[in-house]
Design a protein around this ligand. Structure first.
Ligand code: ADP
Length: 299
């Protein structure tokens, strides 16, 4: 398990303004994961990832057996930040019955016919489950804030779309999350933080590798030109919506395995902190188990 001291560095302190450029996208601040010899990287990374996968799998089993809490993992990031790969890693050791991934794209007309949180509430994890939101209601204060003309498609009542309007959205999100937390949902929000150079490298890789052509979308280039506006929208969102009950984590994501390890570690540590135990059986149930065991052995 990664030390709490380190994880604390990634957590956005509620109410505190931050500058994303002060957060690492690579990995210099961490001795625990830092690998000095180049040749060591793969082996050590594989080892850490495997330990981490096993810890997550056993946490999930406890969550499932208890059936009182659920976990909502929110994943956000600029294009190519590595959301899909992180999801694959986090899910790789899990019992598929107890987890689900939901990806959110441009809302459909049926979705904009409702309040903006509606489509996300429909896909929340059940008790015992881990649900991953690949993009989330935060898009409604990110892409929509960067391109406010998108509001024209949202069938909203008329009104000004200034600071008050956006503050109301942050408040609605905080209230929504508070409701979920009070009902037993653990909310963990991750921003996969890559540098602009790393994004360029990844988009170029998509354009230069035939097997990766399919991943390229022309909108990736268009959105890249709004890089600074996005970073600003993220910074505002962090200060407005990182709360003690549902904090944001800014995950250095230039090295994919580092990002994957951190996300999986934070999820499993948080589940373990609930100190869940396997359900206790009554004396009567224990007796039933004993007699069933005998019956089967002797049958
Ligand atoms: P991804 O990039 O997540 O792999 P896509 O390439 O299909 O998946 O992109 C999904 C698109 O949907 C993104 O451009 C994102 O900004 C957009 N989107 C998601 N939620 C909303 C929303 N609420 N309003 C407008 N656009 C949205």
């Amino acid at each position: 398990m990664i030390k709490e001291k380190l994880i604390r560095k990634l957590r956005v302190v509620p109410g505190k303004g931050i500058r994303l450029r002060n957060f690492e996208t690579g990995w210099a601040q961490n001795d625990e994961l830092k690998i000095h010899e180049k040749g060591e990287v793969k082996e050590r990374a594989a080892e850490i990832l495997e330990t981490n996968r096993l810890a997550l799998a056993s946490s999930q089993e406890l969550l499932w057996a208890n059936n009182t809490h659920s976990v909502l993992v929110v994943l956000q990031g600029m294009d190519t930040a590595g959301k899909d790969g992180t999801i694959r890693h986090v899910m790789s050791g899990m019992n598929p019955q107890g987890c689900r991934v939901c990806s959110f794209k441009v809302p459909t007309p049926d979705e904009t016919d409702h309040n903006f949180l509606w489509r996300y509430s429909r896909d929340l994890p059940r008790r015992g489950e881990i649900g991953v939101f690949n993009r989330s209601y935060y898009e409604d204060v990110l892409v929509v804030r960067v391109h406010p003309e998108l509001l024209d498609n949202q069938q909203l009542p008329p009104g000004k779309r200034g600071g008050k309007f956006w503050n109301a959205r942050y408040e609605d999100i905080n209230a929504f999350e508070q409701h979920l937390v009070r009902n037993g949902t653990i909310i963990l929000k991750f921003f996969l933080h890559i540098s602009k150079d790393e994004q360029k490298k990844r988009i170029l890789e998509r354009l230069e590798t035939e097997e990766k052509y399919w991943k390229f979308s022309i909108s990736d280039l268009a959105e890249r030109s709004y890089w600074d506006v996005y970073q600003k929208a993220y910074e505002t969102m962090f200060v407005k919506t990182s709360t003690y009950i549902a904090p944001w984590y800014i995950i250095p994501a230039d090295y994919k395995w580092v990002a994957r390890t951190l996300v999986a570690d934070i999820i499993s540590s948080r589940i373990q902190s609930l100190d869940l135990k396997y359900p206790e059986l009554s004396a009567e149930q224990l007796k039933q188990i004993e007699s069933a065991r005998e019956e089967l052995k002797n049958g």
